[in-house]
Design a protein around this ligand. Structure first.
Ligand code: DWN
Length: 408
């Protein structure tokens, strides 16, 4: 499906500034038996709304295709486990949640974040469309509604569980096509002085780190603050605090409410001024970004070709969604990458979408000792480089692509 107007302001002035070609959904990992079948590909091009400056995709793959059986879980990363624990502790502390308060996590995945809220004896509820992950969460004792969060679902939740003191939504708002329905659902479900806390990769970091590989079909929007202020204001809610986070290449955590008890903190104006400084509302910023992406693509292909000419063996590290974008956009396949190692059990034994590179458990890296490992999950460089100390001590080298191409 193609949208004709901006998801937030409705303007039809959507300016496409970068096309990454057509490719399969980024988490569409294949079983061996499916390798011979034709793989559906979808256009991947990103636009700027010239009225509210929301960066977004026009092409929408039906959410059911992408999220009903979802292979990504955050809980194999110690970085993310620590991040979600701190997140839950901070919310409980700063908003003095009481026993029995309802916390709803939208896009609750395998229940990782809610597990940390559960420890504080709060009433918790997950909402996630992935039936395989809802199963995993329920086995962990995390009550989960296996569906997409909508205004309609918010009414059912409110009827059964009451209003929510806290609603969290981490790395899920960019995935939502109907942002106004989402805002209405949140407003309906929040208690009078309840808060919504959303977290998402920050557009300014994407532009500054040239992380074009985080542009993919699951991420329909790439947020800066201006369009989000507009979205929530149009539903009588306000962003009252903003905190920068390091995860996923640089993220923002926004605190939103419909209540007047929370005063808007300085952080709101500071970030708006910061975005002005970064010319977020200037088309040239995006055209320059697109130029840098094309230069990066050429450099990476040349660099890998040189290694292959010197008969070097290269594997991939991290079968990340973003890694599939990089491989498909740069047309890097099994002629260059022998295999990819990954910590997520759902992905092991499958093949990457479009490029059909086999995925194995991480242990294979040390056994095989390839010359190079292309770090596709560059946002976890610290954690992975530490984990693979032995591989590196025996001469293994990591190729890191972001924020710039280098060998470690
Ligand atoms: O928004 C999204 C982000 C949050 O997560 C989703 N749409 C999909 C997903 O994107 P991604 O797959 O690019 O996310 P990650 O978390 O950067 O993927 C990292 C990959 O690397 C995972 O498949 C796990 C793997 N990994 C590993 O093999 N060893 C990760 C770590 C930390 C490790 O030590």
């Amino acid at each position: 499906m193609k949208i004709k107007s901006c998801r937030i302001c409705g303007s039809e002035k959507l300016y496409p500034f970068l096309s990454l070609g057509s490719m399969p959904p980024p988490n569409g990992f294949l079983l061996k038996k499916d390798l011979g079948k034709t793989e559906k590909v979808y256009p991947l091009s990103v636009c700027l709304c010239e009225s509210c400056f929301l960066v977004q995709l026009k092409d929408v793959i039906p959410a059911k295709i992408m999220f009903n059986n979802y292979l990504y879980i955050p809980s194999t990363s110690t970085t993310m486990l620590g991040h979600f624990k701190n997140f839950a502790d901070e919310i409980v502390r700063d908003f003095n949640l009481k026993k029995g308060d309802l916390v709803v996590d939208i896009g609750s995945n395998d229940g990782t974040l809610l597990t940390f809220f559960k420890e504080q004896e709060l009433n918790i509820l997950g909402v996630d469309p992935a039936s395989n992950l809802a199963q995993v969460a329920k086995l962990k004792g995390i009550n989960t509604i296996n569906d997409f969060f909508t205004l309609g679902v918010s009414k059912i939740i409110k009827k059964i569980y009451g209003s929510a003191q806290v609603i969290t939504a981490t790395n899920v708002v960019p995935h939502i096509n109907d942002l106004h329905d989402f805002a209405l659902g949140v407003k309906n479900l929040l208690s009078t002085d309840g808060i919504l806390v959303i977290e998402f990769p920050y557009l300014v970091d994407l532009l500054e780190k040239n992380s074009f590989d985080t542009i993919y079909h699951e991420h329909l929007s790439y947020f800066s603050l201006k369009p989000l202020f507009k979205l929530f204001r149009s539903h009588g809610m306000k962003i009252f605090d903003i905190k920068k986070q390091n995860v996923h290449g640089g993220s923002l955590r926004l605190f939103i409410t419909k209540s007047s008890i929370y005063k808007i903190k300085n952080s709101a104006n500071e970030f708006l001024a910061f975005e002005k400084l970064k010319s977020i509302d200037n088309l040239k910023t995006y055209l320059n970004f697109a130029d840098r992406v094309l230069v990066f693509k050429k450099n990476l292909i040349n660099f890998l070709e040189k290694l292959k000419k010197r008969k070097k063996r290269i594997v991939g590290y991290g079968a990340a969604a973003k890694g599939n974008v990089l491989l498909n956009f740069c047309k890097i396949g099994s002629e260059t990458i022998d295999y990819i190692v990954d910590s997520i059990p759902f992905k092991q034994g499958r093949f990457t979408p479009g490029t059909h590179i086999p995925i194995y458990p991480e242990g294979r890296l040390e056994k095989d000792r390839s010359d190079y490992a292309l770090l596709l999950a560059w946002n976890f460089a610290d954690e992975i480089l530490k984990k693979q100390k032995k591989y590196r001590q025996k001469g293994g080298k990591f190729i890191v692509t972001t924020p710039q191409l280098k060998i470690i």
